[in-house]
Design a protein around this ligand. Structure first.
Ligand SMILES: [Ca+2]
Ligand SMILES: [Ca+2]
Ligand SMILES: [Ca+2]
Ligand SMILES: [Ca+2]
Length: 265
């Protein structure tokens, strides 16, 4: 995978013809892997084939120092899943909300944004796209539907991915955080029974193929002990709307294009 700048006139013309508001500031390629990485927070040699991608775009809070937060990541894929490895430097790991559904964005978390069909568009209260918040206890949450009283229905989606992280022995003790992600399309749905139990429909993860294009963004919510998160840094430069760059959890149009390829171009 490599970063391709798509700011040429021809590319702008090409992309402007698509019925999407997809972010065109950059695009990524993920290389196919014949072997699935072991998800254990240790970087296997198979990751060497994938280049590092920066995780350095400001979304919220003050821009952190390198010691406070810095990160980079790699992405590969096979027919079944997308695999992600993030190398994160965070001086203090912090999780003050024991309920995984409570203010999970204010605890340290890795956030994967994915839009299976690269449609862009609104996804806050639907599954046109997903914003998977992965907590330090590896539980996964996104907003489901809007409740009858207009509140966000926070959904545990632990079945959608496998995650593991581990700190390295040598200073500065960076985290290696690995994720194996099932890719669900917008047919995913759930219902809530009268007893309040949430039941998923029978949507299955899609089978991935070469040249598939998805919407993708990675981010990290860093909190080191404050009431709310101290900074929020992502992989994509987001054009602010009314001064706000924290748009990924509701607008898939800010994600970048991720193309699954056999070989890097
Ligand atoms: Ca920090
Ligand atoms: Ca928590
Ligand atoms: Ca979509
Ligand atoms: Ca932290």
């Amino acid at each position: 995978m490599k970063t391709k700048k798509l700011n040429g006139f021809a590319n702008v013309l090409l992309l402007s013809g698509l019925p999407t508001l997809m972010n065109i500031s950059y695009a990524l390629e993920a290389k196919h892997s014949h072997v699935a990485p072991k998800i254990d927070g240790v970087m296997d040699t198979l990751w060497q084939a994938a280049p590092w991608q920066p995780l350095n775009q400001h979304i919220l809070g003050e821009m952190p120092s390198k010691e406070d937060f810095s990160g980079r990541f790699k992405v590969i894929w096979d027919e079944n899943k997308i695999y992600l490895l993030a190398e994160i430097q965070d001086d203090i790991l912090f999780d003050s909300h024991p309920n995984p559904l409570d203010a999970y964005w204010d605890d340290d978390c890795l956030e994967i944004f994915i839009d299976e069909d690269r449609s862009g568009g609104e996804h806050q209260f639907n599954f046109n796209a997903f914003a998977y918040h992965i907590a330090l206890d590896n539980q996964v949450v996104d907003i489901g539907y809007k409740t009858k009283d207009g509140q966000a229905d926070f959904m545990l989606l632990n079945e959608h991915l496998t995650s593991a992280w581990r700190r390295q022995v040598n200073p500065p003790h960076k985290l290696i955080w690995e994720v194996a992600l099932d890719v669900y399309d917008d047919s995913f749905a759930y219902l809530t029974t009268q007893e309040g139990i949430k039941k998923f429909n029978d949507a299955k993860p899609v089978t991935l193929t070469a040249n598939k294009e998805l919407g993708f963004m990675l981010a990290y919510c860093d909190n080191d002990g404050s009431e709310s998160r101290e900074n929020f840094i992502g992989s994509v430069a987001i054009k602010p709307k009314n001064g706000d760059k924290n748009l990924g959890y509701k607008d898939a149009g800010v994600f970048a294009q991720l193309t699954l390829v056999e070989h890097l171009h």
